[in-house]
Design a binder for this molecule. Structure first.
Ligand code: ADP
Ligand code: MG
Length: 624
């Protein structure tokens, strides 16, 4: 018997697999079980097209046998089997698709994780085994053959004894090393958990004789071991079942079994899509923010299955960052399990599915917003921030996907409202969507800058999250309506503008003097028409608001960023008489007053006073 050499490209892959730095060796079992399942599929197909072949469901199964004494693990199937020629062609060469050729060796090495994710098929057996034996009897054949290989050196094929049609893959498990305990693959518990993890939804039963113990007959305390045949996989995945066969509890149980979360999900989305690329998906929106959600450790992603076989635990490409909180899985028969098929096309299909999933999540959230506001509020409390970040990040690339999902607290409704709802309530003469930023709703409510807008009867959105104003600056408009901060220089009230312009003109020298005192701290001092009862406030004239200044300066490497501030004086306030008097009679006093008013305005904004001691002294001097 001569030893044959593997085809060159197979040898290269085999070499890579055996010497792979890749740590996820356990996937070999998934690969071999998938091959067994494929082989049974082929028998089933033959029974459909060939009336001489019968398909009796009970006759089709996969069996795992672990022999710890001889250190062998056997994967046995009753599938279609392989002839001598097929053993030669299928196991001596990487699947003939040739797609492997487009990857040169260097590329492949970089893609080590691709191998892990998509499997290396049959050759993965060599990650855990130093002698692989395949015995097979093909359907409609009367001779069985044995293929055997110790790895890169090559393989042998000879005839052998085998009664039933099907294939048996026998792995001589490698000796344990310091780093790698190969022996665990012979452990019953380990095998069970690997099958649950990767192959739970294989259509055919995966059986194993499992050790149990029972009371000895006639004894009430002595136990004895016995073996019982057990099916280790559940076979029909919940997501392949019909929706109306399933109760909410089924989904909840699955959610918990999968450790997606510890309490019931807020929302379950189960969809089955038929088309050019068909897939099933089961998605969950958690009821609460995962504890590590806003940390670097958090990994978004969905489980990815190909025909019920897990090929990736967290496929990040299936979810955009802003929906990163969604848990669940996608199963598509159109994705291939094996690297030896067309990866490029694969990628395109994945993108297609990802887009569909994104659209689906969005439409479900919109429905929840419209039909079950209480639930949406709960959702928003946990993940609203994430949506707002989504609007802001990537230069606003996703703002149009997300804008309808946003909500902010309303000054008139006293609850969270959507932008559509705000617009539906806008007055005829109202040009802008007004907002005010601050630390809390209570604090914003007291801001002097809100007075005039409220007085006009216009609704104001309160921004209390750091990200709010940044997100809105990226949006610029919603349904043609521009956003406007109540602190911005021009609120868009023509008549009021004219009036305050006139006041500013009339007191020009006084305001110039104050500006001179305050120097660079403010860009301008002017009369305000936005103020009703309060004496002063700050407005911002540039793109950067005072709230944004605060947020930016809280960041680790901030560079002391300053918004352009305008000090607005309420010329109708009685304090202004004292200001005017000081201007004519006591310029030193006016200097003090200017500083005190400016500092007051800072305090109202929640900014700190530059020199608190000076401020306190000034106040005392004025009281005297
Ligand atoms: P793939 O499954 O993607 O084709 P593999 O490397 O996993 O690639 O397997 C190579 C080929 O070997 C399969 O296509 C199949 O024809 C054959 N094969 C492997 N395992 C079995 C089995 N248990 N029964 C029948 N044929 C098998
Ligand atoms: Mg395979």
């Amino acid at each position: 018997m001569t030893t044959k050499q593997f085809k060159a490209e197979s040898k290269r892959l085999l070499d890579l697999v055996i010497n792979s730095i890749y740590t996820n060796k356990e996937i070999f079992l998934r690969e071999l079980i998938s091959n067994a399942s494929d082989a049974i599929d082929k028998s089933y197909y033959r029974s459909l097209v060939d009336e001489n072949v019968s398909f009796n469901k009970e006759d089709f199964y996969i069996r795992i046998t672990a022999d710890t004494e001889n250190r062998t693990l056997t994967i046995f199937d009753t599938g279609i089997g392989m002839t001598e020629e097929e053993l030669e062609n299928n196991l001596g060469t990487i699947a003939k698709s040739g797609s492997f050729a487009f990857k040169n060796e260097n590329e492949l090495k970089e893609g080590v994780d691709i191998i892990g994710q998509f499997g290396v098929g049959f050759y993965s057996a060599f990650m855990v085994s130093d002698l692989v034996t395949v015995k097979s009897l093909a359907l409609n054949s009367d001779k069985a053959y044995k293929w055997e290989s110790k790895g890169v050196e090559g393989y042998t094929i000879e005839s052998c004894e085998k009664e039933d049609v099907g294939t048996e893959v026998i792995l001589k498990i490698k000796q344990d090393t310091e780093d790698e305990k190969y022996g665990e693959f012979l452990d019953e518990y380990k095998i069970k958990s690997l099958i649950k993890k990767y192959s739970d939804f294989i259509k055919y039963p995966i059986k194993m004789m499992v050790k149990k113990s029972k009371l000895k007959e006639g004894s009430d305390k002595d136990y004895e071991d016995y073996f019982e045949d057990e099916t280790l996989n559940s076979m029909v995945p919940i997501w392949r079942k019909n929706k109306n066969e399933l109760k909410p509890e089924d989904y909840e149980q699955f959610y918990m079994d999968k450790h997606f979360g510890y309490e019931k999900p807020l929302k379950t989305i189960h969809a089955s899509v038929e088309g050019v690329t068909s897939y099933n998906t089961l998605l969950f929106i958690p009821a609460r923010t995962p504890y590590d959600f806003y940390t670097k450790e958090f990994q978004k992603g969905l489980e990815l299955y190909s025909n019920g076989v897990l090929i990736m635990e967290k496929c990040a490409d299936l979810l955009p960052d802003y929906f990163g909180f969604v848990q669940g899985l996608v199963d598509s028969a159109d994705l291939s399990l094996n690297i030896s098929r067309e990866l490029l096309q694969h990628d395109r299909q994945l993108k297609f599915i990802a887009k569909k999933i994104k659209d689906k999540i969005k439409s479900e959230l919109l429905l929840m917003m419209k039909n079950d506001r209480e639930k949406y509020n709960e959702f928003y409390e946990n993940f609203g921030r994430q949506l707002k970040y989504g609007v802001y990040s990537d230069f606003g690339m996703n703002k149009d996907v997300l804008k309808e999902l946003l909500m902010f607290y309303s000054s008139t409704e006293k609850k969270l409202v959507s932008l559509d709802e705000y617009i539906s309530r806008m007055k005829d003469e109202q040009k802008f969507i007004y907002y005010a930023s601050g630390e809390s709703i209570e604090k914003i409510d007291k801001l002097p800058q809100t007075e005039l807008v409220k007085d006009k009867g216009f609704e104001i959105l309160y921004f209390t999250d750091d990200v709010d104003e940044f997100a809105i600056k990226i949006l610029v408009k919603y349904n043609e309506k521009e956003f406007k901060s109540v602190s911005s220089k021009d609120l868009g009230f023509e008549s009021d503008n004219k009036e305050s312009d006139k006041e500013t003109e009339d007191n020009k020298e006084l305001f110039d003097f104050m500006k001179e005192v305050l120097k660079d701290k403010v860009k301008e001092v002017k009369a305000s028409k936005r103020l009703k009862t309060h004496p002063v406030c700050l407005a911002s004239s540039g793109e950067l608001s005072i709230e944004m200044e605060k947020v930016l300066n809280m960041m680790p490497e901030s560079q002391n960023i300053k918004a352009d501030k305008i000090l607005e004086i309420n010329t109708n306030h009685e304090m202004f008489n004292a200001v005017k008097q000081a201007f004519t009679e006591d310029k030193d006093k006016l200097k003090m007053i200017s500083n005190v008013l400016y500092n007051q305005a800072l305090l109202i904004e929640g900014l700190s006073v530059d020199d608190p001691v000076q401020f306190a002294n000034d106040v005392c001097s004025l009281i005297r």
